[in-house]
Ligand binder design. Structure first.
Ligand code: XUL
Ligand code: CO
Length: 441
């Protein structure tokens, strides 16, 4: 592949250790460091989100974009898309991220017909394949944008018009095809407009049935072409739609089980979506992990003072350490990774801001990974929790867990030798202080 000129003045980011004074260096993420025989890069599986980092302009409902990249010029949309992609892959390498993620419409311009859109996408995907080969950067997941085009204003697979359902199916078919072509390890379904604005015009049951039919078709199609990537549902309670059907992980599990889809899907959990649903990030991870359905992470953070998806880079080491303990206890993310579904603030217009943003996110996650490993190795929380439930390990407690006992027997026990239970402290404050010793000592 011919060597193109550099699009970034920032050099490749080096690991300089916790004492580094250079702001454009890693302090905790050392991609080549071996931990348990695996590099940090392989443990973390960081991924860059194309839509925010290469299509985000800083626009908001009150004003236009503020971020202008030098390659965004010219008149032929496909040629611009190729140069943009060159700049993107150079960034992936410089920031030392082994993966990227995209929506079909992020990488290639939409045409005036589906056939034209597919043609544009095929041309850009061929370019992406070359760039992946040349750089070694891999595809964590692909997805289809079924929410921006006005045709999807009333939903895609949950649209009241079967014609729109059919269009969405055709678009996802192509998105799965190109994800397979690029060796994507997962494929994501985020139903941004799969929900409703008002029940006055909505048949909720039919819409949920249609969403399930759509996902079954996707499963069948993937099987028919031999796509082996993991399917992931990304829950979000609202925004842009008032009520979204994939509200959170728990409702997602119920939905998948109701429609016999549970063996084909895991969850892509996004921090800001968890908090919008009124949960912590760790809660969503635990709910998915409890059912062996933890798939991947969209790494970002919201602002607790704001009620919308601010998609900020997460530098909260405490939140991430808690999340990491749950992820590691669950055995990791498998084919998933940590995808920075996060964007620069509107006034962060310099090229190096994109580097600072990702360095902060990667370092916070890498530090959290190391702290979580120490917490789990020490086992203090684990043994506290094990002790707390020890009454279920033997005797009538074990009989309860193994369903060998019922109300009648328990009634007899309590009226007889057991009597009144002795209260035991939950010791929350002690445990919070213990957690702080890992974060600050
Ligand atoms: C939107 C969001 C999406 C998905 C992919 O809130 O997170 O970008 O990650 O469609
Ligand atoms: Co996301």
């Amino acid at each position: 592949m011919k060597k193109t000129r550099s699009h970034w003045s920032v050099p490749t980011i080096a690991y300089e250790g916790p004492g580094a004074t250079n702001a454009l260096a890693f302090r905790h993420y050392n991609p080549d460091e071996l931990i348990d025989g695996k590099t940090m890069s392989a443990h973390m599986r960081f991924s860059i989100a194309y839509w925010h980092s290469f299509r985000g302009t800083g626009s908001d409902p009150f004003g236009p974009g503020t971020i202008l990249r030098p390659w965004e010029k010219g008149t032929d949309a496909v040629s611009i898309a190729k140069v943009r992609m060159d700049a993107a892959f150079e960034f992936f390498q410089k920031i030392r991220a082994p993966f990227w993620c995209f929506h079909d419409r992020d990488i290639a311009p939409e045409g005036s017909t589906l056939a034209q859109s597919n043609k544009n996408l095929d041309a850009i995907v061929a370019h992406a394949k070359d760039l992946q080969k040349a750089t070694g950067v891999k595809l964590l997941w692909g997805t289809a944008n079924l929410f921006s085009n006005p045709r999807f204003m009333c939903g895609a697979s949950t649209n009241p018009d079967a014609h729109v359902f059919a269009y969405a199916a055709a678009q996802v078919k192509q998105a799965i095809d190109v994800t397979k072509l690029l060796g994507g390890e997962n494929y994501v379904f985020w139903g941004g407009r799969e929900g409703y604005e008002t029940l006055l015009n909505t048949n909720l049951k039919r819409e949920q049935d249609h969403l399930a039919a759509f996902l079954h078709m996707a499963v069948d199609y993937a099987k028919s072409i031999g796509f082996k990537g993991q399917f992931l549902i990304e829950p979000k309670p609202k925004e842009p739609t008032k009520h979204q059907y994939d509200f959170d992980v728990a409702s997602g599990i119920a939905f998948l089980r109701t429609y016999g889809l549970e063996s084909h899907f895991k969850f892509n959990i996004e921090t800001n979506h968890a908090t919008l649903a009124g949960h912590t990030f760790q809660h969503e991870i635990e709910v998915a992990a409890a059912q062996n359905m933890l798939g991947s992470i969209d790494a970002n953070a919201g602002d607790l003072l704001l009620g919308w998806d601010t998609d900020q880079f997460n530098t909260d080491v405490k939140e991430l350490t808690l999340a990491m303990t749950s992820i590691l206890r669950a055995g990791g993310l498998g084919s998933g990774g940590f995808n920075f579904d996060a964007k620069l603030r509107r006034p962060s217009i310099d090229a190096d801001d994109l580097f600072h943003a990702h360095i902060g996110g990667m370092d916070a996650y890498a530090l959290a990974f190391k702290l979580a490993r120490k917490i789990l190795a020490d086992g203090k929380f684990e043994s506290f929790v094990a002790d707390r439930y020890a009454s279920f390990d033997t005797g009538f407690g074990q009989d309860i867990e193994q369903r060998r006992i019922g109300f009648k027997e328990l009634n007899k026990l309590v009226l007889g030798k057991l009597g009144e239970p002795k209260p035991k402290s939950g010791k929350q404050e002690y445990l919070e202080n213990l957690l702080n010793t890992y974060l600050h000592d």
